[in-house]
Design a protein around this ligand. Structure first.
Ligand code: ADP
Length: 257
């Protein structure tokens, strides 16, 4: 195994991620777990566990990002998710484009230049309906695992339109659709359409410079990717380990320390 040169930690609202890189910027190890209420302790444990795995305790710089980055005591630097996702994705793919990072409680659109700089961004952290939380809540209501949602949305061409613009009201709408005997896959497809509509509107705010790139946990959903491509007419590119791109970018910034 190559020697670890830096660690990045992404203290997200839904998941906490840690990534270690070697001096060449290759990802050598990672950890991901659900965010716990005591994020300060969790971040320290996560870094400790990663360092123990790799026998590097305390020897390498740590850069923190994510909503809880200020709670990461061991961080040499704290950097915004915009900078870290752009850095991680550009390194992973080797090209720019318009990146959409869809996490558990927020979503961001970031236009990345041909030389890897984040040149514009827009963010939704006010409304759950444009985030992973929307699909999580509605999946729970339908009794479907989040991992299976995308396949269910793609299993049909027909969709039940979801008119509610709020997660709570969408849940009530689902209950009445089920009561009327609507097909579950068609409801799921309608929910994806609603989320994708919000995401594409946000991406257009910064301008779509193709390809569209997706990161964050919701990038793992094939229904979201396919329907984003249909809605825009642009190719949607998935980097390897999309949920780790923020932590990876943070670790790469750690190499500059
Ligand atoms: P944050 O960084 O904001 O804490 P993440 O980027 O880790 O959040 O994304 C969390 C979201 O990703 C959750 O809403 C979850 O439902 C979604 N998610 C995680 N894994 C999958 C998967 N395999 N398929 C679809 N969605 C997923």
């Amino acid at each position: 195994m190559n020697a670890v040169a830096a660690v990045g930690i992404d203290a997200g609202s839904t998941t906490a991620k840690a990534v270690a890189v070697d001096a060449g910027g290759g990802m050598v190890a990672s950890r991901l777990e659900p965010t716990r209420p005591r994020l300060e302790e969790q971040a320290a444990e996560l870094i400790g566990a990663l360092e123990r795995d790799l026998h590097t305790a305390g020897a390498v710089p740590v850069v923190a990002t994510g909503y809880g980055r200020r709670l990461v005591r061991d961080a040499a630097r704290r950097v915004t998710e915009i900078t870290c996702h752009a850095r991680g994705v550009f390194r992973a793919l080797g090209h720019g484009g318009t990146l959409v990072d869809i996490g558990g409680q927020d979503a961001k659109a970031i236009r990345i230049s041909d030389d890897g700089k984040p040149v514009d961004f827009a963010m939704n952290d006010k409304c759950a309906a444009g985030t992973g939380r929307f699909l999580e809540h509605t999946a729970a209501r339908l009794g479907i695992a989040v991992d299976d949602l995308g396949a269910r949305a793609l299993a049909t061409d027909v969709e039940e339109p979801i008119s509610s613009t709020c997660t709570v009201f969408a849940e009530s709408e689902i209950i009445s659709l089920i009561g009327r005997g609507a097909d579950v896959d068609e409801i799921v497809r309608g929910l994806h359409r609603s989320l994708v509509g919000r995401i594409v509107t946000m991406a257009r705010l910064v301008g779509i410079t193709p390809p569209l790139i997706v990161s964050g946990g919701v990038a793992l959903n094939p229904g979201v990717r396919e329907m984003m491509s249909q809605a825009t007419g642009f190719e949607v590119v998935l980097p390897p380990h999309p949920q780790l791109m923020g932590a990876y970018g943070a670790a790469l910034l750690g190499l500059d320390e």
